[in-house]
Design a protein. Structure first.
Length: 209
């Protein structure tokens, strides 16, 4: 019997996650979003939507797993950590048209979208989004609660620390480190390390206030 799974979050990102889960034949029984005013019998791709987080507790904890489907890194972290401390299990949602090396280390609660490539001995930590056509090269480390935007290239042995956001089409050169909670603007090329809590844009990328 397939295990039941619940998605937390119902925004635009959830549409992509849910379609991918359906392709994986993952059994999603409910979507919960406390910030949404859900009308009676509202559904997304046939899955009921609720705005009552307490409905999770209607199910035996051993019988369900969760997936946090929220694009914002800090908000996604909040929900993940809340239920992680309560010892809930998290599923990975991985598109069948991506390519992941057998030597890659994957955490829990990860989303990998179509045409993404993750190469040898890379590590993807918990609750991270690897978006459409992103490339994570060999031995790179992607920290917890990060978001790697569509078409981004993380070159070999680079590191993206927890809660960082890498904008669409950005490039990190080999061995570059992006600090915790740092934002790399779309289309930027990072040739030097980026400090924590910074915002970097341009080619080559420079820190802005």
């Amino acid at each position: 019997m397939k295990k039941n799974n619940i998605i937390i979050g119902s925004g635009s990102h959830t549409r992509v996650v849910l379609e991918t889960a359906i392709l994986q034949n993952i059994n999603i029984i409910k979507i919960i979003d406390i910030n949404k005013t859900a009308s009676k019998n509202e559904k997304l791709f046939g899955v009921p939507i609720s705005n009552d987080l307490n409905e999770i507790y209607d199910y035996n904890q051993d019988k369900i797993s969760l997936f946090i489907s929220i694009g914002d890194c800090l908000l996604r972290k909040k929900y993940f950590n809340f239920f992680f401390k309560k010892k809930y299990n998290f599923i990975n949602v991985i598109h069948p048209e991506c390519k992941i090396s057998n030597s890659t280390e994957l955490g829990n609660g990860i989303f990998v979208n179509s045409n993404a490539v993750i190469n040898a001995q890379a590590r993807i930590d918990d609750n991270t989004i690897i978006n459409t056509s992103a490339i994570i090269e060999h031995e790179s480390i992607i920290g917890k609660h990060t978001h790697i935007g569509p078409g981004s290239i993380i070159c070999g042995r680079a590191e993206v620390k927890d809660e960082a956001f890498i904008g669409a089409g950005s490039i990190l050169l080999p061995k570059i480190t992006v600090g915790k909670k740092t934002i790399i603007g779309a289309g930027s090329i990072l040739i030097k390390n980026a400090s924590s809590n910074g915002t970097y844009v341009g080619s080559p990328a420079k820190k802005i206030n």
